[in-house]
Design a protein around this ligand. Structure first.
Ligand SMILES: O=CC(=O)O
Length: 331
């Protein structure tokens, strides 16, 4: 009896591109990304990271970096010889050695403009809160002090305050636009004057900007040049009623000096979303009534998360199909 070979035409299942993830990924992010990519998750391996990388990642071409923590530099790149893209979901990329990436032709992408409106809204929220003492008054009402003691001390006017912005990038310029509507004159410090903003006053150094401002807003990237850009001298120049709002990175301010200046009344208050050693916050700040704290949440809303994930997917898709990425970081 003749034997027949039965062949079925099983459709070939397309392999999803592999994307390495070194940090723990939250369930929402994973749910959105996994239909598109085969996520290679280091935290699910029993191997230590170096062994995991050398065993599983020699051919990995793309790395997704979810949070701006840790350091992604030359030694990691050495372990990932096929890497061509680091796709970050943050706006700031101070945790990535962008120079080392450029030298090895590894593209880096970030959140582009996806977080900008939320970061600007939160910045204004912190400023209003520090000056008008919304959170403190809320606590006062909740703990019954209003009835027992009387009114909570008044805050200070927001409208018309002279605002100095350190870093008039996309977040800084959105903050400026919002505060212009409050009648606040805007000044800024950045590497060069921005001809697009002729109605804002440019200062070539932060000290002079502080001297001419009631409020300093920090919305610049953390680099070697901007680390500790706000030091005691700048705070003295800002003055005893001056307020600092930081939505950039904690290390833009000399943090121990900030604590001292707040304690000594060198400046009047601060609204801080970022800290040097997150999630640790200098304990003394938590007792100060002229300080409003938030947990590095300025950029994050469900809406911005959705947008940033769509952008990360688009960047990865573009990379894997040989097209230009959408939000490259230039250095
Ligand atoms: O701080 C948040 C970010 O850089 O996206």
């Amino acid at each position: 009896m003749a034997t027949t070979t039965c062949t079925t035409n099983t459709p070939k299942i397309e392999e999803k591109p592999k994307v390495l993830v070194l940090q723990r990924i939250n369930a929402y992010f994973e749910g959105v990304l996994s239909p598109h990519f085969d996520l290679i998750k280091a935290d699910e391996s029993s191997l230590p990271i170096p062994a995991f990388l050398s065993t599983h990642c020699r051919h990995i071409r793309a790395l997704l970096v979810m949070a701006p923590i840790g350091t992604f530099g030359s030694s990691l790149l050495d372990q990932l010889p096929s890497l061509g893209l680091i796709a970050c979901t943050s706006a700031g990329v101070n945790h990535i050695d962008v120079d080392a990436c450029r030298k090895r032709s590894v593209a880096v992408t970030n959140a582009g403009e996806m977080f900008t409106p939320d970061a600007a809204d939160h910045t204004v929220g912190l400023l209003v809160d520090v000056l008008r003492r919304v959170v403190m008054a809320d606590r006062y009402v909740r703990n019954g002090s209003w009835m027992l003691i009387g009114d909570y001390p008044l805050g200070s006017k927001v409208s018309g305050k002279r605002v100095g912005i350190v870093g008039l990038g996309s977040i800084g310029s959105h903050v400026a636009k919002r505060l212009t509507a409050f009648g606040c004159p805007i000044s800024y410090f950045s590497r060069a004057p921005k001809p697009n903003y002729p109605s804002y006053t440019y200062f070539p150094n932060v000290l002079d900007l502080a001297r001419e401002s009631d409020v300093l807003i920090l919305s610049c990237a953390l680099t070697d040049e901007t680390r500790n850009i706000i030091n005691r001298d700048v705070m003295i120049a800002l003055g005893k009623d001056g307020v600092i709002i930081n939505v950039g990175r904690g290390a833009l301010i000399d943090e121990p000096e900030l604590v001292r200046c707040l304690k000594e009344g060198v400046i009047g208050g601060a609204g801080l979303d970022v800290f040097v050693n997150e999630p640790e916050v200098p304990e003394e700040l938590t007792h100060m009534e002229n300080v409003v704290l938030s947990d590095h949440r300025a950029v994050t809303t469900p809406e911005s998360f959705k947008n940033v994930l769509e952008l990360a997917i688009a960047n990865l898709d573009a990379f894997f199909s040989g097209k230009p990425v959408l939000s490259p970081v230039s250095c």
